[in-house]
Ligand binder design. Structure first.
Ligand code: ADP
Length: 447
């Protein structure tokens, strides 16, 4: 390690030669090692401008963030990498630290174990110890229902009644139609389906870039159907203790079965349904097997009225066994919104706000590559600005086109381009079965 004089010389050299990438990288790493975290952060940022997307520099930046407890910023720096397979294991460990910092125990544990199963040398015993410390269970002190089995109590998922319906989902007509045929019609017109000897059943796997509206669609499908909605996140299932994740999964399915008709929605399902061939650890394989068993049900009526929806940003990770009939036998691509879908999303997001004149089409035109979640961010920020102005003026000032344009022009879309680039790598030469047909025009198009 350099002494401070050495560090000073290095800083000076970098100042004189600002475009020298190896030098800047070295300086950034030294600053990080010596604990000058804010300086390290600045240097890693400068190095990233010279080499955008460099994994080592991004990992360095993320570490600088984590060590300053800027967990959200660390995750943003890591996210583009974590979506691709084989990302550097060091990044998985950093993500685990950041996730734990945000209190997301389940995902932290998943990331950590995934990373060290690929490269044991990145193990961090101190982090591992924090991940094994049992967290206080979020179970009510007194059992609410005496009939509930103990296993039930350990599942974190809850039953919701969804107020949103397809009317609240702008655009996406093809996706809504696919869900309608697969989920809604069999329940609404059972006689028709019975006449053709078809049973309702089987699940739908939605895939697409993050923030494109998969969760929103699942919730809307439940509302459309008047069904209960159970939204299952990774942290509801994944648990460090051997066997606990399987129990959580079973409890979650049982919860849905007791509340039929029910839409049971698994977000980030690739973590629960990963290809078994990719797994080194037997206990993760067991979880996949348990998931398959729950989808099949003990008998053919077990999942009657339970509509299983799942979402993933990384469908290529999913074990093909999940795509067999009766399981996630339908793949639906949830695309990034085109210009008219963006206008429709903006219109929906603004519908309860005080508006002056508003040209949604104009805003849609300057928000290329923005997904629903990005557009929501734009509207939320514009509303904040307007609220501030209204408070200063002492009267409500309605929002206009210019307000949205101003925020939109200063915002960057999140991850659509990166996602499509990743998708292209996976599916371009692997579409023999036609599974990715819907995606093909997008990845062959210009982005
Ligand atoms: P994903 O699950 O694909 O990551 P989400 O469903 O969480 O994305 O979408 C984020 C937010 O964006 C939603 O809560 C919703 O407010 C908004 N949104 C996304 N798509 C739409 C849409 N088609 N219509 C209206 N709002 C949308």
């Amino acid at each position: 390690m350099l002494d401070d004089a050495g560090l000073q010389a290095l800083r000076e050299a970098a100042r004189l030669s600002p475009d020298n990438l190896p030098l800047r990288r070295h300086l950034a790493e030294q600053l990080l090692t010596k604990g000058y975290l804010a300086d390290a952060e600045a240097e890693f940022r400068a190095a990233l401008l010279l080499a955008p997307k460099d994994p080592d520099i991004s990992a360095g930046l993320a570490e600088a963030f984590v060590r300053q407890s800027a967990h959200g910023a660390a995750l943003s720096a890591l996210e583009p990498f974590l979506a691709s397979p084989g990302y550097p294991p060091r990044m998985g460990v950093l993500a685990a630290r950041a996730l734990l910092g945000e209190g997301d125990f389940g995902r932290a544990a998943y990331r950590y174990h995934e990373a060290i199963s690929r490269d044991a040398s990145v193990a961090d015993p101190e982090l591992a110890a924090r991940l094994t410390t049992p967290v206080a269970p979020s179970v009510p002190a007194a059992p609410a229902q005496p009939a509930t089995s103990p296993a039930d109590a350990s599942s974190g998922a809850e039953v919701e009644r969804s107020k949103v319906t397809f009317a609240d989902v702008a655009g996406m007509d093809a996706v809504k139609e696919a869900l309608r045929v697969k989920l809604l019609l069999p329940l609404q017109q059972p006689e028709l389906f019975a006449a053709y000897g078809k049973r309702a059943g089987g699940g739908v796997l939605m895939y697409g870039p993050p923030g494109a509206g998969k969760t929103h669609l699942a919730r809307a499908a439940a509302g459309e159907l008047g069904a209960a909605f159970v939204n299952v996140g990774l942290s509801d299932i994944l648990d460090m203790y051997v066997g606990s994740s399987e129990r959580n999964l079973r409890a979650t399915f049982d919860l849905a079965r007791r509340n039929r008709p029910c839409v049971l929605f698994f977000d980030e399902v690739d973590a629960l349904a990963a290809r078994r061939s990719d797994m080194r650890q037997a206990h993760t394989r067991q979880l996949v097997n348990q998931f398959l068993a729950e989808l099949d049900g003990v008998d053919q009526d077990a999942n009657e009225g339970v509509l299983v929806l799942a979402a993933t940003n990384a469908p290529w990770y999913i074990d093909v066994a999940f795509r067999r009939p009766g399981r996630f036998d339908q793949l639906v691509f949830v695309p990034p919104p085109d210009t008219s879908a963006r206008a429709a999303i903006l219109r929906l997001l603004c519908r309860d706000k005080p508006l002056a004149e508003m040209d949604f089409d104009a805003v849609a035109r300057v928000t290329d590559h923005f997904v629903g979640a990005d557009l929501k961010g734009v509207v939320d920020r514009a509303v904040e600005v307007k609220l501030q102005q209204s408070i200063s003026a002492g009267r409500p000032i309605p929002m206009n086109t210019h307000d949205l344009l101003a925020v939109a022009q200063n915002s960057r879309p999140t991850a659509v381009r990166e996602w499509l680039a990743t998708a292209r790598n996976y599916v371009l030469h692997a579409n023999e079965s036609g599974a990715w047909d819907e995606l093909m025009p997008w990845i062959k198009g210009k982005w």
